[in-house]
Design a protein around this ligand. Structure first.
Ligand code: PHE
Length: 349
């Protein structure tokens, strides 16, 4: 007795081939490999065969069974892959859309805006000076002596050879990246005849090694107000009004005598720590005070540099670091975070 294994296999292959669903494939599997299926039926005949027939018949049935199983497995994997692909391509149009990231001002721009905004409400106009500044404006005009350390080639970024005799440039033409915004005082006095009051926001450069509190580039806001009878008390009043607006109405201020070549007298200004209200905490390093700016009355030398009569005019000037104010106000503990462009930091503000 024999059977046509090849024929059965071909028939199965054709039927499996047109299967599009797992359900119809399962039905076919039952038809061929099930308990009452084609293969099982053939197996059932084995006991009726003679000993000689059994061997080749049995081998044929086993072969058929193996080939059928292979066909089913192959098709099953194919169907599963197709189903996965379809699931991947499935678009759920009822889901909410992705919100595009909207841009915003960098924290430093926001704080610069807050500072300039506070002063503009006190009557100051915004003035801008160049970042590539002449040595004259950055130093001489501001009464900074030739032997001042910040005039050293290693303390300032010079844009021309430092050696005047080799560069062929006179002192007035030599340029450098401004080390503070104070040179804009001279430019503002020349451009806006007094009575005047301006604030000057902008970048400044110093070749400091970068660490948590230093950067070779940072931002300052300079201020200068000039009129006929301006007094130190005007400076105090303006700065206190600014500090209350910037750090809260209960902010107190303290002036410590200091020195700047372009102001006389000069002072450094601390505000009472807004975090602990002056009690002493980690923000103010237990002192209760935070240093925020330098200031003073405009030095007569500065008026002369700007071509103004130093007997006629009086004024005050101040300068503060934008990063410092931003770090204090927003609790940022590393200046490098401002410049790394890490969206996870920037989007918090
Ligand atoms: N230019 C000074 C600095 O960079 C700050 C300052 C400005 C001090 C104006 C007094 C008056 O440290």
């Amino acid at each position: 007795m024999s059977f046509d294994g090849a024929h059965i296999l071909e028939e199965a292959r054709a039927q499996i081939g047109v299967c599009a669903q797992k359900e119809s494939l399962d039905a076919l599997r039952i038809k061929y490999l099930g308990r009452k299926g084609v293969v099982q039926d053939l197996m059932g005949r084995i006991p009726t065969l003679s000993a000689e027939e059994r061997r080749s018949f049995g081998a044929g049935v086993n072969e058929l069974k193996k080939n059928l199983e292979a066909l089913f497995t192959e098709k099953e994997t194919g169907l599963a892959a197709a189903a996965a692909g379809a699931a991947k391509d499935f678009v759920d149009i009822t889901l909410p859309g992705k919100t595009p990231l909207s841009g915003r001002l960098h924290l430093l721009s926001q704080v610069e805006g807050e500072i300039c905004g506070a002063f503009s409400r006190l009557g100051f106009r915004v003035f801008k000076g160049p970042e590539a500044e002449t040595e004259f404006h950055n130093f001489e005009a501001l009464n900074i002596p030739l032997d001042h350390p910040s005039r050293d080639a290693f303390d300032t970024f010079y844009l021309r050879p430092f050696d005047v005799s080799r560069s062929g440039f006179s002192g007035r033409e030599k340029k450098l990246l401004r080390s503070h915004t104070s040179p804009a005082q001279i430019r503002a006095l020349k451009t806006c005849p007094p009575p005047m009051a301006v604030v000057v926001p902008g970048r400044v450069y110093r070749p400091d090694a970068v660490d948590a509190s230093h950067s070779f580039m940072f931002h300052q806001v300079e201020g200068i107000a000039v009129d006929k009878g301006i007094r130190f008390s005007d400076l105090k009043g303006v700065l206190i009004a600014f500090a209350k607006e910037m750090f809260g109405a209960e902010t107190r201020m303290r002036f410590r005598p200091s020195f700047f070549p372009f102001t006389e007298p000069s002072a450094e200004v601390d505000i009472s720590c807004f975090a602990c209200k002056g009690q002493g905490c980690s923000v103010c390093k237990k002192s209760g005070w935070l240093e925020i700016l330098g200031c003073g009355m405009v030095h007569p030398h500065v008026f002369k540099s700007a071509g103004l009569d130093e007997k006629k005019w009086r004024g005050f000037a101040f300068g503060m670091g934008v990063e410092r104010v931003a770090m204090l106000k927003y609790g940022v503990n590393d200046i490098r975070l401002f410049f790394e462009n890490d969206i996870r930091f920037l989007e918090q503000f």
